[in-house]
Structures are given as structure tokens and as C-alpha cells.
Design a protein around this ligand. Structure first.
Ligand SMILES: [Zn+2]
Length: 128
């Protein structure tokens, strides 16, 4: 599993290079490991209207789900600031829809990261 986590962190770090963030300059990359050990990546995509901006976590999630992979084990999230960044509330809610037991890896550098349970970050969540 350590190898997969390292690969996931590398994938998130690589994905942030594809970020479209001309307004905030805050680049974020995310990589999701599915139950079938497939990796899907995403980067944040900003828009001049701001409110249409999509976070990296949801981009990766939508790619996975639309490819038929809707059970997630881990998500790694990296930024261009070499500091951990917590997912926004919208992304936490988006993610818990698909995996209540998801582990969230917040990447500072490829060697330094923190792992949280999704439920720890969103303890009172809305699910049906
Ligand atoms: Zn978000």
C-alpha cells in the first residue's frame, strides 16, 4: 500500500502542473485511488466568472465516476505552495457521496504529508 500511496502523491503533484488558475495562481492537483486500484487525477480549473471555478478534487472525482469507478479509497491533494491545503466544504460533500471511509492525504511535499479520515474533516455530513 505504501507504494500506491507514493504513486498517488506523485500523481497529485504531477496533476497540479495542469492547473488552469490564472486568477488565483493557486495550483491544486488531486489524485484518487479507487477500490480497483486505478488512479484518476484532476487539477483546479478557474473561470473569469469565478463562481464557475471547479476544484481539483471534483475534477478527479468526476473523471473517475464517469469512467465507471465510483468507490474511492484515497485522495491525495497537492498545491504549488508546498503547504497542506484542506479541501473546501463543497468537495468534502462531493467526496462523501461516493466513499464514507475515504482517506484524505494532504501533501506538503512528496515526502511530507498528513492523512485524515474524510469523516474527520466532515463529521456532520449529509447523506441519504
Ligand atoms: Zn473544493
Amino acid at each position: 500500500m505504501d507504494d500506491l500511496i507514493n504513486e498517488l502523491i506523485k500523481s497529485a503533484t504531477e496533476a497540479l502542473k495542469k492547473s488552469y488558475s490564472p486568477y488565483s495562481k493557486f495550483k491544486v492537483g488531486a489524485a484518487i485511488l479507487t477500490k480497483n486500484n486505478k488512479i484518476f487525477t484532476g487539477a483546479n480549473v478557474e473561470n473569469a466568472s469565478y463562481s464557475l471555478t471547479i476544484c481539483a478534487e471534483r475534477v478527479a472525482g468526476v473523471k473517475a465516476i464517469s469512467s465507471g469507478e465510483s468507490k474511492f479509497k484515497y485522495i491525495a491533494i497537492a498545491t504549488n505552495r508546498n503547504e497542506i491545503a484542506f479541501p473546501c466544504g463543497a468537495c468534502l460533500q462531493f467526496l462523501i457521496e461516493f466513499s464514507q471511509n475515504l482517506k484524505v492525504i494532504l501533501v506538503k511535499t512528496e515526502k511530507k504529508y498528513k492523512i485524515f479520515d474524510l469523516k474527520e474533516l466532515l463529521p456532520k455530513n449529509f447523506t441519504l
